[in-house]
Design a binder for this molecule. Structure first.
Ligand code: XMP
Length: 547
């Protein structure tokens, strides 16, 4: 049995964070849309109701039938979730006098309540709501307050006290603050109290455990069939391939397409890595096709569409040669799949994945990493013995340098960008920073490989950031001077961001001496570039990639 917590998503931006926190507690959890509770799933040990952009009074507010799980399983409502439970169980919710937002301290805490076990006095929490609970559910008691929010948390030890419609005696509780966000200092403790003490979770989710279970399941699922997998050089597809290789060995054939817009020497380097890992890989150099189809195309979405289409064509042509293949494996990870409730429904950028294989091939989909977050994929990769440089590799967009060359793409521009980018990325890998105290602990907790010596760690800039890349502003030219010569060439922009999931990102505060060195080296060595800028935009409102 794989114990799990179900998080019902009412559309909050922080729902994924709840799942992240639970996984940090080595607890398996699944995010499902608010109306998709998996009735009859015996592995579920508790339920969390997320926040929502709606008020319980909004006519379009998301509604759920609480009798499906309240009483049968322990339930924790967060923000809207807490308000929803109150509103439907004899309590009351009203617009807050002023929007209750930001850091607050819990002035009263009932520490005998299991939800607040081991809490400190005045523990800081993060609030963000327009409505507030003015009366808690029947049968519950207030277990924490702040100066301005009396009903910051409530606890009902037995759902039957709330109403006879509930079958079962499990406890129900709600918090109006967000334990999942960083600013709720003991938020993880609260979630631990819920998962371990209240739901009886045994915290048995680990990389080794995942590998063992997944290898067994893959063998059962695939039997003696043949599987095709599209490799990209990135962490996800590489870990998926190694995991499958462990499960089914030579039944797996990998295809790695070079579209001509990878990083400098990347195709050759990665092919070597894959061979060392014992993978059966077919490398396809299709750069001529991609570059000729992209000739003269400047519009970002058009570039993406052409690359997506060409990729499917090239991949299919190879895949069709493996006539007895029954499965298509992909490195899809959990955040790619979460059916989050996109309230606006707007497409910002169309990210392409391998897809659209012809139906006549009758391939079934196999996604061995579909439950993992990015850092968990890395943990699994390490447990599988993969080399550190493959595991810690930054994310790289499918369309590659095509979305980092602003304007039309040519071979010469790709060469210029590859050279500039190579200097930047090598520089990031070589520049080491010493960290101590809280900063060092944070970096180690994120899985960055480093040894603690005398309370200090040394890590490269590369390993400290989420992603870095160089952008060629090929439609901009500026005047410069080199020796006695006037130059009139393109600038490049350097981008480096910190992030945990690419949904939001901050620009990395790289050291000035590093930037000075890289800028000089790029301008001196890369013909065609006479100016280097650094991108200091965060996401939102900017995105990580420029196109
Ligand atoms: P943005 O630019 O939307 O990027 O902030 C978020 C993350 O996604 C990566 N990215 C892509 N990945 N195909 C991919 O596989 C794509 O078309 C694509 N576009 C952006 C980007 O590098 C960042 O990690």
């Amino acid at each position: 049995m794989q114990q799990k917590i179900i998080i019902l998503d009412f559309g909050s931006q922080t729902t994924q964070l709840i799942a992240r926190r639970l996984r940090e507690l080595d607890t398996f959890c699944e995010i499902l849309p608010y109306n998709k509770f998996p009735q009859g799933d015996k592995d579920v040990i508790g339920v969390i109701l997320s926040g929502s952009p709606y008020s319980v009074y909004d006519p379009e507010a998301f509604k759920v039938d609480l009798t499906q799980f309240v009483g049968r399983l322990p339930v924790l409502g967060i923000c809207y979730g807490a308000q929803y439970i109150s509103y439907h169980n004899g309590g009351n919710v009203e617009p807050a006098g002023s929007r209750e937002y930001g850091r607050q301290n819990l002035t009263t805490i009932h520490k005998e309540c299991p939800l607040f076990h081991a809490f400190d006095d005045n523990s800081q929490v993060w609030m963000s709501h327009g409505d507030t609970i003015t009366a808690i559910p029947t049968g519950a008691e207030v277990v924490a307050s702040t100066e301005s929010v009396l009903n910051a948390a409530y606890y009902c030890p037995d759902a039957r006290l709330m109403g006879s419609q509930y079958e079962g005696h499990c406890p129900v509780m709600g918090v109006q603050f967000h334990p999942e966000v960083f600013h709720s200092v003991q938020g993880t403790q609260l979630l631990r109290n819920f998962v371990v003490d209240i739901c009886g979770g045994n915290q048995d989710w680990s990389a080794d455990n995942y590998i063992e279970t997944t290898v067994r399941e893959l063998r059962e699922q695939i039997g003696s069939d043949r599987v095709i997998l599209g490799l990209s050089g990135g962490v996800d597809s590489s870990v998926a391939a190694v995991l499958l290789n462990r499960a089914i060995g030579s039944q797996l054939t990998c295809i790695f397409v070079d579209h001509g817009m990878l990083r400098k020497n990347e195709f050759q380097d990665v092919m070597k890595d894959y061979e060392c890992l014992g993978l059966n890989v077919i490398g396809v150099d299709a750069s001529d096709k991609f570059l000729s189809d992209l000739e003269g195309v400047t519009e970002p979405e058009k570039k993406r569409k052409i690359i997506g289409r060409d990729f499917v064509e090239v991949f299919n042509a190879e895949a069709k040669k493996i006539t007895d293949a029954k499965w298509l494996a992909q490195g899809t990870i959990y955040p790619d799949r979460i059916e989050s409730l996109n309230i606006t429904g707007k497409v910002i950028k169309s990210h392409h994945n391998v897809g659209g294989l012809p139906e006549e091939m009758h391939l079934s989909l196999c996604e061995p990493l579909k439950w993992l977050f990015k850092d968990e994929v890395r943990r699994v990769g390490r447990s599988l013995g993969m080399p550190e440089h493959l595991i810690t590799r930054h994310p790289f967009p499918g369309p590659g340098l095509a979305v980092r060359i602003l304007g039309a793409i040519t071979r010469e521009k790709v060469r210029i960008l590859q050279d500039a980018d190579d200097i930047y990325i090598r520089g990031l890998r070589e520049y080491k920073v010493k960290l101590s105290g809280e900063e060092a602990r944070r970096v180690l907790a994120a899985g960055v490989p480093a040894d603690m010596v005398d309370g200090e760690i040394e890590v490269s800039l590369y390993d400290q950031i989420w992603q870095a890349g160089t952008i060629l502003l090929s439609e901009v030219r500026s005047v410069g001077v080199m020796g006695d010569e006037r130059t009139y060439e393109n600038p490049v922009a350097l981008r480096a961001v910190t992030s945990t999931d690419a949904m939001t990102a901050d620009w990395a505060h790289l050291p000035y001496d590093f930037m000075a060195k890289v800028s000089t080296e790029i301008i001196n060595k890369v013909k065609g570039v006479n100016r280097v800028c650094y991108d200091i935009s965060s996401k939102p409102p900017a995105t990580i990639e420029w196109e």
